[in-house]
Design a protein around this ligand. Structure first.
Ligand code: FHN
Length: 419
């Protein structure tokens, strides 16, 4: 019988307890790019002259657009400005190590050449090309892991498509039929035709028992045993844990996990909302997530023309510049041993604590309280300038140089032995 799972159960990970043999690249990666791109990008938060607040990719649901009308949007979706190399190069310049893009979101539209459903970018639009083919190649060529997002249970285009449909009679849904005729064959297309996938990112699981989900996962894993499945595959069968949207745990978490954020208040492109995070906020967020031991997957929403908006590209480039200089303190790190302080957070590598200072103490004296290790030296990560420090019991007092604080993190390295 179908038992509704709690959110925690749904998004928990590895009920088997064993880590995926290929998990280490993910743990080291720290910074991923999420891309939400679909027909909703063309509507951009507006329908029939009315603006809909909230996330752009939900407009079909928010405006209760009948399936037949929504289907017609595809007839004018023609993202001629899409350029896979530009997107992949931007990701590379941003210091991104993996990319996950929506192959099919809740709208049910396949952004790739699907033979399973003609509601797809090749068959249903004047564009007629498969952007995912080009993007997978351009991304992988740059040494960035490529992956697909797939909304496996919520599909508003399909009569049996799981949650939140409105254009069909409720209560008469045959989930098994939906999985058998759409979700599973489309996932198999994606896992067969686009080269090696670092990640298959599932969203909003449901409609299957634990046994059915296990069979679903086992069947798909045969196609690409190296791919990592996100925890939203459901039933604890993912390889790493996704926290809730825009959620960062308050304490360090062991194992492989990811926080997901979007660059503004929407995952899909919307033309109205300008509430964007600044590069400094992104960098502080990345360091905060890394200080707890996880990855940040940051989302951008390309527009209906196929462009990543310039303001999104700008903060990605700025973040990349910071990572060019400070990446040692992020990539391959684990959670910091110095709990979050008023001045900032820490990340760890063997024998090193990276102190990410956002708020420089007025008098330049930085306290690392209760540190259980013997500190041998402290220096600036950039420039390696040696800093004076004094240990009082387990407290370490560091004399900082002058620097402008309150923007992106300034990183100092504290080398130590024993702990
Ligand atoms: O409903 C979706 C939403 O549109 C977006 O894709 C997010 C991204 O994590 N996932 C679901 C809400 O959690």
């Amino acid at each position: 019988s179908l038992k509704a799972q709690t959110m925690d159960e749904m998004w928990d990970t590895r009920s088997s307890g064993k880590e995926h043999p290929n998990i280490q690249w993910f743990k080291d990666a720290k910074f991923g790019l999420f891309i939400h791109w679909g027909l909703y990008a063309k509507l951009a938060g507006e329908w029939k002259g009315k603006r809909y607040y909230g996330s752009g990719e939900w407009i079909m649901n928010q405006a209760r657009i009948p399936v037949a009308e929504y289907k017609a949007v595809a007839q004018t979706f023609n993202p001629v400005k899409f350029n896979a190399d530009e997107w992949a190069q931007l990701a590379s310049d941003a210091g991104i190590k993996y990319m996950v893009i929506t192959a099919k979101h809740h709208e049910g539209f396949a952004m790739y050449n699907s033979k399973v459903s003609d509601f797809n970018i090749v068959a249903a639009t004047p564009y007629k090309k498969d952007p995912m083919k080009a993007l997978a190649a351009a991304t992988t060529k740059r040494g960035i892991q490529f992956g697909f997002y797939y909304s496996q249970f919520q599909d508003w285009y399909e009569p049996n498509g799981g949650r939140n449909t409105w254009d069909f009679e409720e209560g008469k849904k045959d989930y098994e039929k939906y999985y058998k005729e759409k979700a599973v064959p489309q996932l198999k297309e994606l896992m067969t035709n686009y080269g090696p996938l670092g990640i298959v990112w599932f969203d909003t699981p449901g409609g299957m028992t634990k046994e059915q989900t296990q069979a679903f996962v086992d069947d798909l894993r045969k196609l690409q045993p190296k791919s990592l499945f996100s925890s939203r595959v459901g039933q604890g069968l993912g390889d790493y844990k996704d926290f809730g949207d825009s959620e960062v745990p308050s304490t360090p978490i062991k194992g492989a996990w990811e926080s997901i954020y979007t660059h503004n208040d929407s995952w899909g492109y919307i033309k109205h909302d300008m509430n964007f995070k600044t590069p400094a906020e992104i960098i502080r967020l990345l360091a905060n997530v890394a200080s707890k031991g996880g990855n940040l997957m940051l989302n951008v929403g390309p527009d209906g023309e196929g462009r990543i908006p310039e303001y999104s590209a700008k903060f990605l480039r700025e973040t990349g510049k910071w990572l060019d200089k400070n990446g040692e303190s992020i990539y391959g790190s684990t959670y910091g041993l110095v709990p979050a302080q008023p001045w900032g957070v820490s990340t760890s590598k063997p024998g090193k604590q990276y102190l990410h200072v956002v708020n420089r103490p007025e008098n330049g004296r930085l306290l690392v309280p209760g540190f259980n290790g013997t500190v041998s030296k402290v220096y600036s990560l950039i420039g390696k300038e040696a800093l004076e420090f004094k240990t009082e019991g387990n407290d370490v007092w560091i004399t900082l140089p002058e620097f402008e604080s309150g923007s992106a993190n300034t990183v100092f390295v504290m080398e130590y032995s024993g702990k």
